[in-house]
Write a protein that binds this ligand. Structure first.
Ligand SMILES: C[S@@+](CC[C@H](N)C(=O)[O-])C[C@H]1O[C@@H](n2cnc3c(N)ncnc32)[C@H](O)[C@@H]1O
Length: 228
């Protein structure tokens, strides 16, 4: 059986050049024969879809691209549309049920990356993987990033860095803490050069999560927060 990299050598996707296939293989090798639903945003000439088609022999695969594609890939559905189009993303997701793997290799614009993640996260199944490629664009202003401000609001890298706090939300020691949408829903986030893997799932229950704090203790906690 050919490895992902070996299959990749047949298809000139830039996933080869950026070294992503070795990383992907680590996560995908145990999923290879399963019946998965896979969505990739960004089709270009269709090479990565052909790659996934050949690698995931039992999966349903679809792609989305803003440009119309005049080629057909057997057993792959290609949608035309914008990755910011919530209605379209919902429509695709409805047809597939939940996705097991979502890969964003689309516009690489920070705002679009964040929009798609926000829209599609609910359509990712528990234990599913959400991957975003080419995050070097987070350091390029024309993609909505910044070369100098590494904590720029709404840059893609800053979004995923902040998201990592959702893994530890139970430890936040803030008196008026309001749960964020992704808190407790993300098991882990793995960063590599220019690519991130977000694993959906519950983080391990923190040991004191169920301990009820009475009013007096809560008050003490608040005061100690302000006077420490
Ligand atoms: C890097 S290419 C995809 C490469 C492909 N995944 C591969 O590995 O062979 C990026 C693609 O994203 C598409 N794209 C750009 N903006 C988009 C958007 N807003 N929504 C959906 N697709 C978009 C482009 O038309 C282009 O085909």
């Amino acid at each position: 059986m050919l490895s992902l990299k070996e299959i990749g050598s047949k298809y000139p996707t830039n996933k080869n050049d950026y070294g992503f296939l070795d990383i992907y293989e680590n996560y995908f090798k145990n999923l290879r024969n399963k019946n998965l639903n896979i969505l990739e945003i960004g089709v270009d000439k269709g090479d990565s879809l052909r790659l996934w088609r050949e690698y995931f022999i039992n999966s349903r695969i679809c792609g989305l691209d803003i440009d119309k594609k005049d080629f057909v890939i057997q057993n792959v559905e290609i949608y035309q549309g914008d990755q910011n189009d919530k209605i379209l993303l919902n429509k695709i997701a409805k047809k597939y049920g939940k996705f097991d793997i979502i890969i964003d290799d689309g516009s690489h614009v920070s705002k679009h990356i964040i929009n798609s993640f926000n829209y599609l996260f609910d359509h990712l199944r528990q234990d599913g993987i959400y991957i975003v490629e080419d995050l070097q664009t987070s350091y390029i202003p024309r993609y909505g990033g910044s070369r100098i401000n590494l904590i720029k609001k709404n840059s893609s890298m800053n979004f995923f860095k902040s998201l990592s706090d959702s893994i530890n939300y139970e430890n936040f020691d803030r008196p008026f803490f309001k749960k964020h949408r992704f808190d407790g829903l993300i098991k882990s986030i793995h960063f590599y050069q220019n690519i991130v893997f977000v694993f959906k799932g519950q983080s391990a229950k923190y040991f004191h999560q169920n301990v009820k704090i009475n009013f007096l203790d809560r008050l003490k906690k608040m005061l100690s927060f302000f006077f420490r």
